[in-house]
Design a protein around this ligand. Structure first.
Ligand code: AFP
Length: 365
């Protein structure tokens, strides 16, 4: 089954192949059609078609909540000790099945310790976070699926040890008020919304751009006492508002769902931080490099933003292992630069919030 229930890109071409490209009319399958001419991209398009198909099924589960057989309850732990909810496991199975038609050499998932080797002659590999934000499943908050598509190396054991710049495509789906697909194939970022009547993803925004300057930041402030000084200094600068070194007021958001934060940044700008911190197991932050940070960094950079660890560009990182965690700062370039500056020049920290927010300052936060 393709992303539109009544036809599949792999079987037949839509009558409206030359559909008008104004926003809202181009269906995902027509958008993907132009990639079917060239071999590696044909496999990429087939994988995206598969993920879109899986998203239809996952969407039908999430949109029905407790009316579906999904409880949102924990069913066990994945290989890294993270709690696995029933929808995590279901989404993983749905995606594996939907991708069975696509020519994929290897498939990796947050929900499995090791990659699954499929057709070694195939030209691409896919890494997925089948259900991002699963702690929000029973809270009726936006959750999602994140994916990264890589070229298949000759030695498949190195399939998921490629730097982020090797990605051929990346994207995420949000299951929320709308079900949306955010996609890059290295030519900017486009956004599709699911038309639930025709069960079809339709293009709604092309070539999305993130403003260089943010006036909104997202971080889990409950971890402040565990943060490194540069992170603390940056957040204090934002909190200092117009009187502070950044000279303007900032709003704050934290949804606890990376896909929802990324969608907001692609819609109205901002900066997101999940830094390393002093809690046991958070020395490299919480988010995974291969199937969370790399695809998000590709999307954010394609939209004119930046993504960093605070020290290094996320896309330049070569994963040491499949489930490696990495600190992530992403969004408006000016703010990502400022955070990198605070990390590389500690002398700036002392001056950045001294008057009001220094440890011995008037306010204690
Ligand atoms: P779950 O999938 O376990 O809910 O984790 C979601 C996530 O990976 C990411 O989507 C959020 O930004 C982040 O973790 C939330 O982390 P905190 O719960 O520590 O705030």
């Amino acid at each position: 089954m393709g992303c539109c229930t009544h036809r599949s890109v792999l079987t037949n071409r839509p009558e409206t192949a030359g559909a008008d490209v104004t926003t809202g009319q181009l269906r995902l399958e027509s958008y993907l059609e132009r990639y079917f001419e060239t071999a590696p991209l044909a496999a990429v398009a087939a994988a995206i078609d598969g993920i879109a198909t899986a998203a239809l099924e996952i969407e039908s589960l999430t949109s029905r909540g407790q009316l579906s057989e999904i409880s949102g309850l924990a069913t066990g732990c994945n290989s890294d000790g993270d709690i696995q909810k029933d929808l995590d496991v279901r989404a993983d199975a749905i995606i594996r099945r939907a991708l069975s038609k696509a020519p994929i050499a290897a498939l990796a998932s947050e929900e499995a310790a090791e990659p699954e080797i499929r057709d070694p002659r195939a030209r691409i590999c896919v890494a997925v976070d089948p259900l991002d934000g699963s702690s929000n499943i029973d809270l009726n908050v936006t959750i999602g699926t994140i994916f990264s598509i890589l070229p298949a190396p000759d030695d498949l054991s190195a399939a998921f040890r490629q730097c982020g710049t090797a990605q051929l495509a990346a994207g995420f789906v949000t299951y929320g008020p709308q079900t949306s697909l955010v996609l890059t194939i290295g030519e900017g970022v486009d956004v599709f919304t699911l038309d639930r009547t025709s069960a079809c993803f339709k293009l709604v925004r092309r070539r999305v751009r993130i403003p260089a300057r943010a006036d909104e930041f997202a971080i889990n402030v409950s971890n402040r006492r565990h943060w490194e000084a540069p992170t603390r200094a940056f957040v204090d600068e934002c909190l200092a508002g117009a009187d502070g070194p950044l000279g303007r007021d900032f709003n704050m958001r934290w949804i606890g769902s990376l896909v929802a934060e990324a969608y907001r940044i692609l819609t109205r700008g901002g900066v997101f931080l999940y830094p390393s911190d002093a809690r046991p197991g958070y020395g490299d932050g919480r988010l995974r490099l291969v199937y969370e940070a790399h695809p998000m960094a590709f999307i954010i950079e394609q939209a004119g933003g930046s993504a960093s660890t605070g020290h290094d560009r996320i896309l330049d990182l070569v994963p040491k292992n499949l489930h490696q965690r990495v600190p992530l700062v992403m969004g408006a370039s000016d703010e990502v630069r400022r955070i990198e500056e605070l990390y590389s020049r500690p002398e700036l920290i002392a001056s950045s919030t001294a008057p009001l927010f220094a440890r011995r300052g008037f306010f204690r936060i």
